[in-house]
Design a protein around this ligand. Structure first.
Ligand SMILES: [Zn+2]
Length: 503
């Protein structure tokens, strides 16, 4: 039976209920439910490859330091040879984003042509796998794409650097303290190499933050590009080590064990600091893929989803919250009074402006008729997002997929509840969603042993062909690192001592 309780109130309630103990483990929507209809090509494997491309496009669309999330949908009109990207943001699409994406797309088209010329027809169309990316093709173009993306996302990238690089440097300093530098090998050597490359790139780009009028020279951008790509390549080895647990094992070894502290989130630090080159590599893979090439020949148009938000009044008084909790639980319990007091403290009595989160806003936009030629073109069922979805969005998408003919998926949810959160639209989906959120609330109360009885109680990461630096490029990067190290005396340690003196 569908609940009549306002889903906004229920989402606020879940935010309150799980405060301080939000589950951050990723929840993936069931990948077996992914449909590939409407994909760029019919081939299963290459359709899967479009997933990281949409996520990469969403990721490079983020420019603000915080509170910006971007979702991107894709439609393809094959006989008119047109492709449409539809972009949504939680707080409305930023000025300049459409121009940024258009420029990146144009350069990817040019890069795709260079790869095609290089293949010179020597590629068998029946092969599922794209040919390896030749590292010497489109060199200047790749640096230009890298620079444009880096500059657009500079504030966000500086924020990642400020948040993670010092602690990561400290961690590697600890590694050098515990091991003989010359004995580093395998996983630990890759980690060391990755952090040196990252650190050298950061040294150069930090000039941009220190003085906004500064321009990096072409050779400085080339240096930042090579070191960032090197770091990305080394980090890939580190993250895959010991079936993906190498980082956790090392962080645990270095953990002081102090109560109230956690082991250093090494994996997260490396992922965050290499997220930009990682996604840029996906885009280079897109340009290199013969299967996906038609998409880059098509004419591109970009639509922006208008900003949408609701003004919501939550229960304002102790009594209002008590009645709401009683209705939610179906009867009165003693704990409700304490919870009502805390809910009033947490939410106050004002009105809330609740933005519709971008992935839900985008889905709603794609489901509705806009009165243009795209109304009859089925959108690709995968939505690219710059961030994992929150729990409320996950539940709304599950409800929407149950009720609608068209299904949509994102790469998953981080399992956290956000407030304010706005319901994307009306209709039966809202009631189904409210019931699902209520079920989660009751399950939480059961788990907390606050209810006596309650009986009721979803990886697309295939990168395709890999972007690799050539042996010469890698040797040059390593040589630059060695020269930098030697300038600091003792190999390895002296450099980290200078860069991170307080560690
Ligand atoms: Zn959300």
């Amino acid at each position: 039976m569908a609940t009549k309780l306002d889903p906004h109130h229920l989402v606020a309630l879940m935010k309150y209920a799980l405060k301080g103990k939000q589950d951050s483990s990723p929840h993936r929507l069931d990948p077996s439910l992914h449909t590939f209809k409407g994909g760029i090509v019919n081939n299963h494997e290459t359709s899967v490859r479009t997933f990281p491309i949409l996520d990469a496009l969403a990721h490079i669309s983020v420019s603000l330091e915080e509170s910006q999330v971007v979702a991107i949908g894709l439609q393809l009109h094959s006989w008119r040879e047109e492709i449409r990207l539809t972009v949504a943001e939680n707080k409305g699409v930023m000025n300049g984003l459409v121009n940024h994406l258009t420029k990146v797309w144009r350069n990817l088209q040019a890069l795709s042509s260079k790869y095609e010329k290089h293949r010179d027809g020597k590629w068998d169309k029946s092969q599922l796998r794209s040919p390896d990316m030749p590292s010497d093709v489109g060199h200047l173009l790749k640096i230009e794409i890298f620079r444009d993306i880096y500059q657009y996302s500079l504030k966000k990238q500086m924020k990642r650097i400020d948040k993670w690089s010092e602690d990561l440097g400290r961690f590697v300093k600890e590694l050098l303290r515990r091991r003989e530098f010359l004995q580093l090998q395998g996983f630990e050597l890759s980690l060391y190499n990755a952090v040196v490359a990252l650190s050298m790139a950061v040294e150069v780009v930090s000039k941009l933050r220190d003085n906004p009028n500064v321009q990096l020279t072409r050779s400085e951008w080339e240096f930042v590009y090579f070191q960032s790509m090197q770091a990305n390549q080394d980090v890939k080895i580190v993250l895959a080590d010991r079936n993906g647990f190498g980082c956790e094992v090392l962080a645990q070894e270095f953990f002081s064990g102090h109560p109230g502290e956690d082991p250093f989130p090494l994996r997260r630090a490396l992922e965050k600091l290499t997220s930009l080159p990682h996604h840029i590599t996906s885009l280079f893979g897109f340009a290199n893929s013969p299967h996906l090439q038609p998409a880059l020949r098509y004419r591109l148009c970009i639509s922006a989803v208008p900003k949408k938000a609701h003004t919501v009044e939550l229960p304002a008084s102790l009594e209002d919250w008590k009645s709401f909790l009683e209705a939610a639980c179906g009867k009165r319990y003693d704990f409700q009074k304490t919870h009502a007091v805390e809910l009033v403290e947490m939410f106050g009595s004002g009105k809330w402006v609740c933005p519709v989160h971008c992935e839900c806003g985008l889905i709603q936009y794609l489901q509705a008729r806009q009165g243009n030629q795209w109304d009859n073109i089925p959108p690709f069922s995968y939505i690219g997002v710059s961030k994992l979805s929150c729990s409320a969005c996950r539940i709304w998408m599950e409800a929407s997929n149950k009720q609608s003919r068209r299904k949509f998926y994102t790469r998953g949810s981080h399992g956290k509840w956000y407030w304010p959160w706005g319901v994307p639209g009306g209709g039966g989906v809202v009631n189904v969603m409210a019931q699902k959120v209520l079920d989660e609330y009751l399950a939480y109360l059961m788990d907390q042993k606050l209810l006596r009885s309650y009986s009721e109680s979803t990886d697309a990461s295939s990168d395709g062909a890999q972007h690799h630096l050539s042996d010469d490029q890698q040797n040059n990067n390593r040589a630059a690192a060695v020269a930098r190290m030697q300038a600091h005396g003792a190999p390895g340690f002296g450099y980290f001592d200078t860069r991170y003196p307080d560690a």
